[in-house]
Design a protein around this ligand. Structure first.
Ligand SMILES: Cc1cc2nc3c(=O)[nH]c(=O)nc-3n(C[C@H](O)[C@H](O)[C@H](O)COP(=O)(O)O)c2cc1C
Length: 189
């Protein structure tokens, strides 16, 4: 896919279609990450766990342990982690504190590799950094978007359908969050 199209198609996704991506696409994404994602001294100071829905109790527990607005039992939580596939990053001990200290930074690189690759193969993605489980640094849900502008998702904790945010302006959880001006953080000298 054309790079500009990848950029446009990459949208934070909260609502998933039941259609499950072919496993060979997921394997291809992981092969691309393993082959091409840079890692300082090739240490790879992180682990990746890829979950499908073969263990619903485990997936529901991960969702239960996310938070959105309030971190209360009634909170909507982060339905992006209910995607057909969930990539979970944790720190991995690579032998010494200095090398380990790069893990968050490298998880950022690796997650964007997964995101760009997934979008290239026509998939949708949703980041989640709001996990109450301390060991999970970041997760990315991967699948096909369901209803794009909002729509309801089945909340396995409240056991009812709830509204998910959409991805178009006016309906996105992140609408109120605006990046600083380019000139605030990018400088030429
Ligand atoms: C490291 C990281 C963690 C994120 N965690 C969350 C999260 O917990 N919940 C959420 O709704 N969005 C999360 N996001 C999504 C961002 O808010 C989103 O990328 C941003 O709003 C841009 O959306 P867009 O890609 O649709 O333009 C996260 C993004 C990144 C890069």
């Amino acid at each position: 896919m054309d790079w500009q199209q990848i950029l446009k198609n990459k949208k934070q996704t909260f609502n998933w279609s039941d259609k499950v991506p072919e496993r060979k696409i997921i394997d291809q994404i992981l092969d691309e990450l393993h082959t091409y994602c840079p890692s300082k001294q090739n240490n790879v100071p992180y682990s990746i766990e890829v979950l499908d829905w073969s263990n619903p109790a485990e997936r529901n527990e991960i969702f239960k342990n996310t938070w959105c607005d309030s971190n209360t039992p009634e909170d909507r939580r982060n339905p992006q982690v209910l995607a057909p596939y969930l990539f979970i990053w944790r720190s991995r001990d690579v032998g010494n504190p200095t090398d380990n200290s790069y893990s968050q930074l490298e998880i950022g690189l690796a997650s964007m590799f997964v995101v760009a690759s997934a979008v290239n193969y026509g998939l949708d993605i949703g980041f989640c950094g709001c996990h109450n489980q301390d060991d999970i640094i970041l997760s990315v849900g991967v699948g096909y978007a369901g209803v794009k502008n909002g729509g309801k998702f089945w909340n396995p904790i409240s056991q009812k359908e709830e509204w998910s945010p959409g991805i178009v302006p006016g309906n996105d959880t992140n609408d109120g969050q605006v990046k600083p001006n380019k000139s605030d953080y990018i400088k030429f000298h």
